[in-house]
Design a protein around this ligand. Structure first.
Ligand SMILES: C[S@@+](CC[C@H](N)C(=O)[O-])C[C@H]1O[C@@H](n2cnc3c(N)ncnc32)[C@H](O)[C@@H]1O
Length: 228
């Protein structure tokens, strides 16, 4: 028997009252934190991998085991897909998923790269590099980010963090999924502070990540935010 997936427990009933002031604060400031060496190395590996690529790139942020990266790779054979997660433990399970995909799908090969890196730094490096890139980031996926549902954890959520400005500099097309609708409502408000509009829908399609499978399988609703 499988354990029921944990439901979101939160002391917030509406978007955080400090959300917009926090988003504006980070929009006006530069993040000067030093870049970790291991993420710089992973970023250099990405640039080498893209080499002379002149087409479209999709970023799968917080990809976990990389199942969604493989899914995106099979859907977009004409694009390059980069999956990034900071957890070696999760990424190490990728081979298992990769094998399943290789067996069941014909066209995921060679168009994706899965890397261990801290996205806080990776997004800053990417934002600085993009003006000279021959390729173009056409969309970014952020599927089931850690929700940090306590009110006091607001600034741990991506949209209320110092990273949001560089995340947006890397591309304005987003798909974000969560089993906590309020997370997406806040993300939507944060995007509006950058003049980006989006819609939120319930997910009714088959799961594309382990977390999505766990939530949907446990009877929870999952939601997706998609920019217009
Ligand atoms: C709840 S899991 C979701 C994983 C996957 N997207 C899924 O749906 O199965 C959130 C993931 O975000 C990753 N993560 C959190 N903060 C990160 C950061 N700063 N840089 C890279 N990955 C991060 C974690 O390691 C974890 O794998």
């Amino acid at each position: 028997m499988f354990a029921e997936p944990r439901k979101i427990t939160t002391n917030q009933v509406a978007p955080h009252e400090d959300l917009l002031s926090v988003v504006q604060k980070y929009k006006k400031s530069d993040n000067l934190k030093p870049i970790a060496q291991h993420t710089k190395a992973a970023f250099d590996q990405t640039i080498d991998w893209l080499a002379d690529w002149q087409g479209e790139v999709i970023l799968d942020a917080c990809c976990g085991v990389g199942e969604s990266t493989l899914h995106l790779a099979s859907m977009h054979a004409d694009k390059r897909i980069i999956g990034i997660d900071k957890s070696a433990l999760r990424l190490n399970k990728n081979q298992h998923y990769e094998k399943g995909f290789v067996d069941s799908s014909s066209n995921t090969q060679n168009n994706h790269l899965i890397l261990q890196a801290d996205l806080e730094d990776f997004w800053r490096l990417l934002a600085d590099y993009l003006p000279q890139a021959k390729w173009n980031v056409v969309s970014q996926y952020l599927l089931y980010p850690n929700p940090y549902p306590k009110k006091s954890q607001l600034q741990k959520r991506w949209h209320a963090s110092a990273s949001f400005k560089s995340m947006i500099s890397c591309g304005k097309k987003w798909e974000v999924r969560s089993n906590w609708r309020l997370y997406l409502e806040e993300f939507q408000l944060a995007l509006q502070a950058y003049n980006i509009q989006s819609d939120i829908h319930e997910i009714t399609t088959s799961p594309i990540t382990p977390f999505e499978r766990k939530y949907l399988g446990g009877g929870q609703k999952c939601w997706q935010l998609v920019t217009r």
